[in-house]
Write a protein that binds this ligand. Structure first.
Ligand SMILES: Nc1nc2c(ncn2[C@@H]2O[C@H](COP(=O)(O)OP(=O)(O)OP(=O)(O)O)[C@@H](O)[C@H]2O)c(=O)[nH]1
Ligand SMILES: [Mg+2]
Length: 246
């Protein structure tokens, strides 16, 4: 199975080369698409060098400025699907998502449509160095979103996911409007409405090694509101179920 990894980057110069080597050390047929938003630290240039040294395996999409995670993924999905990816991975470039887990995810995607790397199933966890407030925030955000939307998943905000090609092709991706964290919830909700088979596999979420976290109360408050809009916006698909697939 040809698996394409879409990894959005914003200031990941230290991480990206290490990530690419770790990925290519895996016994999987992988390609990597880096979607860089003109990172001030030169990640885009490093990505170009990686593309040159790994022809046909590393690809780069340059965008003019910081346009957000959601649109980076949507543009990336479009490109890898056009290029024939059979399965598509969403993954952070900062090593919060352990490349090794892809082996298990690749095995599981053979019998479902979406594999979610979950911090909140048995065997999963978040970085022990996360302060209590951040742990609680993440746990609460998940509880809030999954309860409000009736999502039968434990981790709805995780950014480590593997999609089967057909599932992505059959989702009305043009309807997705959220950015940031809610983008991840929105995609999971859309997949659930359309009755795709979703499984969660445990991950240990490691905090970023380099760079600064941007988590803030403002981000969280906006997200909490936006969840209601997601539920309301897809009420037609919730009713239609599989019939809502495109
Ligand atoms: N292209 C692009 N990538 C982004 C943008 N924002 C974040 N990213 C990347 O998306 C991934 C996840 O973002 P992070 O900043 O690590 O988010 P996080 O893990 O919730 O927060 P941290 O604590 O900062 O690690 C990383 O690979 C980032 O470099 C953006 O606006 N555009
Ligand atoms: Mg991170």
């Amino acid at each position: 199975m040809q698996i394409s990894i879409v990894t959005p980057t914003y200031n990941e110069a230290e991480n990206l080369p290490k990530l690419v080597s770790a990925l290519f050390a895996l016994p999987l047929d992988l390609r990597v698409l880096v979607v860089d938003d003109n990172s001030p630290d030169g990640t885009g240039k490093i990505a170009d060098e990686l593309a040159k040294t790994n022809p046909g395996r590393v690809f780069v999409m340059h965008r003019p400025g910081k346009l957000g995670l959601g649109s980076a993924y949507l543009q990336g999905f479009k490109k890898v699907l056009e290029d024939g990816a059979q399965a598509v991975v969403q993954m952070d470039a900062d090593f919060s998502h352990d490349p090794q887990v892809l082996l298990e995810m690749a095995k599981r995607i053979e019998t479902c449509d979406l594999v979610i790397g979950s911090r909140y199933v048995e065997g999963g966890s978040v970085d022990g160095r996360w302060p209590l407030w951040r742990k609680s925030l993440s746990a609460f955000a998940n509880f809030y979103a999954r309860t409000l939307l009736g999502l039968p998943l434990r981790d709805v905000t995780t950014g480590y996911r593997l999609w089967r090609r057909e599932a992505l092709m059959q989702m009305p991706l043009e309807r997705i409007k959220s950015g940031g964290y809610v983008f991840l919830v929105e995609m999971a909700y859309l997949a659930h409405c359309l009755e795709f088979r979703i499984v969660e596999t445990p991950i240990y979420f490691l905090d970023r090694r380099w760079g600064r976290s941007k988590m803030s109360f403002k981000i969280q408050a906006e997200a909490a509101l936006r969840i209601w809009q997601v539920g309301w916006g897809y009420r037609d698909l919730r009713k239609k179920g599989r019939a809502g697939r495109v």
